[in-house]
Design a protein around this ligand. Structure first.
Ligand SMILES: Cc1cc2nc3c(=O)[nH]c(=O)nc-3n(C[C@H](O)[C@H](O)[C@H](O)COP(=O)(O)O)c2cc1C
Length: 191
């Protein structure tokens, strides 16, 4: 069993990555494979609304000029998908929105190909808007018929500078419990 996490931050190895790695820690303890895919520095553009994915039905976006199809391939290979994003203006980053819109449309065009995979959102913020970013990600999981485990609070951690989120003890505990719950669910659905 494997969980792939996408970090939508423009900042590689920042707070979102730290939070995701705490989720991964619990998954690894349960023997679940993990992979972190960081969008930072990679080219990914928004949906161009060509609707070719509904014509082609080949599990790909017709625009092959960026990393989106690699991301979709990785999502297809795994039982669990984490979408992580820092909060930018009370929402997800542009990179994460591009991934959501295009992977979401391709999945719909192909018989909801992420159906019944496990999905979890992870959000970093300095101060406000994290719940909105969290909701944006969960809208994707729900409308693609994915299954969402919870934690002891909504899945966000607070900090501004790189690594500062480590000081948010409750945030770290939320991620650890989330990791335990993802592992529990994975084993029951796919074990
Ligand atoms: C363009 C931009 C917009 C931001 N908007 C918000 C915001 O609306 N609310 C907030 O709490 N933090 C905001 N932040 C701060 C980041 O969410 C915060 O520093 C987060 O920890 C960054 O995570 P990262 O290290 O994974 O990039 C913003 C940062 C940037 C660069």
């Amino acid at each position: 069993m494997k969980v792939i996490a996408f970090n939508g931050s423009a900042r590689k190895d920042g707070n979102t990555a730290v939070l995701i790695n705490h989720v991964f820690g619990e998954l690894k303890k349960e023997g679940i494979e993990t992979e972190l895919y960081q969008l930072s520095g990679k080219k990914i553009h928004g949906c161009r609304a060509c609707y070719k994915c509904f014509e082609n039905k080949d599990k790909q976006c017709s625009f092959k000029d960026d990393v989106l199809n690699d991301c979709i391939e990785k999502m297809l290979e795994t039982e669990g998908i984490i979408l992580g994003s820092p909060t930018y203006f009370a929402d997800v980053t542009t990179e994460m929105k591009a991934l959501i819109d295009r992977a979401g449309f391709v999945a719909k065009a192909n018989d909801d190909m992420f159906r019944r995979k496990i999905g979890a959102a992870v959000v970093a913020a300095r101060r406000g808007g994290a719940i909105h970013a969290f909701d944006s990600i969960n809208h994707f999981f729900l409308v693609r018929q994915m299954i969402i485990p919870g934690s002891i609070y909504w899945n966000f951690g607070f900090g501004r500078e790189k690594g500062e989120v480590e000081k948010d003890e409750e945030g770290i505990q939320i991620m650890k419990t989330l990791g335990e719950n993802i592992a529990w669910l994975l084993k029951r659905i796919y074990g």
